[in-house]
Design a protein around this ligand. Structure first.
Ligand code: NI
Length: 142
């Protein structure tokens, strides 16, 4: 078995959200989420990095065809989230607070179904240049 290698595809989407817990009163929501609780929403330029890990296919020299990976991300993530209000427009966040953490898990779950199960997958999502999340956090395969 040859060593595994990681390939990455970087994509971008703009989306609006509001962080809010409907089980809390307004003061608690404001105290916990601050500006991100603004009832009129606010936007982020999300930077998405999809990491795919696997062995190099000896016939293609690829882990995965990056055009195929790019098309999957476009079709299943960018078209779904870009220029949307995540809370209002996206079923995944109807009852799920659209934090960077939750968005990354949702993206992972969508992409996991589209990418060959022999390949490992990890999502990194930048909400700002300085704030970003990674999911899964750790994997014994990486
Ligand atoms: Ni925000």
């Amino acid at each position: 078995m040859s060593a595994k290698i990681a390939v990455f595809r970087k994509e971008h989407f703009n989306a609006a959200h509001r962080l809010h817990n409907p089980h809390w009163d307004d003061a608690t929501n404001k105290a916990i989420f601050g500006k991100c609780n603004n009832p009129h929403y606010h936007g982020h330029n999300y930077e998405l990095i999809v990491k795919v890990i696997g062995e190099i296919n000896p016939e293609t020299g690829y882990v995965m065809d990056m055009k195929v990976l790019s098309d999957i991300i476009q079709q299943h993530i960018i078209e779904r989230f870009d220029h949307r209000n995540l809370n209002e427009d996206c079923a995944a966040f109807k009852n799920l607070n659209p934090t960077a953490e939750n968005i990354a898990v949702v993206i992972y779950d969508i992409l996991r179904k589209e990418i060959n199960q022999n390949l490992d997958l990890q999502i990194r999502l930048y909400e700002t240049e300085r704030n970003f999340v990674e999911y899964p956090a750790l994997s014994q395969n990486f």
